[in-house]
Design a protein around this ligand. Structure first.
Ligand code: SF4
Ligand code: SF4
Length: 192
């Protein structure tokens, strides 16, 4: 399988190196696969990941698999996301270097700014609102097909990759829940 591996080296990494990119203020969900991959580089989950709590109203807007991927504790729903540095960039975005994770960045980072809803490929909603004028993949207001062509990708590959994301976020739930719990507890240690 090809895709979504090399283009960021050429486009997204350059983008993050030279301008304010989508790695600024973006909430990037992390699967267990992402956490394990990044930990294999020597980072600790509690140093790069934090827990995001979903409010009741936010749950309504999620797809079924997204709801299924959340971890429930005491009636609340959580997922893991990347921490941000003090300048609001993702903790792995380094000034002048771009994303230091490179090909090890999260699954959601690799598919960005594309997404699939039902069988349609589209730009993600938050991208449409905030990044459409600066994204180097979508230069000059390119539509989905032009943007895909710019990175030598196809709608079929994006669909396949999206399936991989769903699988990563909905499998091994018990292990994922234990990581979420560990990070929740590191933030709010139980009284001795
Ligand atoms: S998706 Fe667009 S805005 Fe984000 S890093 Fe890549 S080129 Fe830049
Ligand atoms: S892991 Fe890399 S590509 Fe993903 S948000 Fe962080 S800096 Fe950006």
């Amino acid at each position: 399988m090809i895709f979504l591996e090399e283009y960021s080296q050429l486009t997204c990494r350059d983008c993050g190196r030279i301008q304010e990119s989508c790695c600024f203020k973006t909430t990037v969900p992390l699967s267990l696969e992402d956490v394990k991959q990044i930990e294999s580089l020597g980072y600790r989950a509690e140093d790069f990941a934090e827990v995001l709590e979903y409010g009741e109203d936010e749950l309504d807007g999620l797809e079924n698999w997204e709801r299924e991927s959340l971890v429930e504790f005491c009636g609340k729903c959580y997922t893991l996301v990347f921490k941000h540095a003090n300048d609001d960039n993702c903790i792995f975005l380094k000034k002048g270097r771009g994303c230091v994770l490179g090909e090890h960045r999260a699954l959601a980072c690799k598919i960005y700014p594309f997404w699939r809803r039902d069988s349609e490929i589209m730009f993600l909603d938050d991208f449409e609102e905030s990044m459409k004028d600066v994204c180097m993949i979508r230069r000059n207001g390119a539509k989905v097909d032009e943007a895909l062509k710019c990175i030598c990708e196809t709608r079929e590959n994006i669909k396949e990759y999206h399936d991989r994301i769903i699988k990563a976020f909905t499998s091994e739930k018990l292990e994922y829940a234990s990581v979420v719990k560990k990070i929740l507890e590191s933030k709010n240690p139980s009284p001795a």
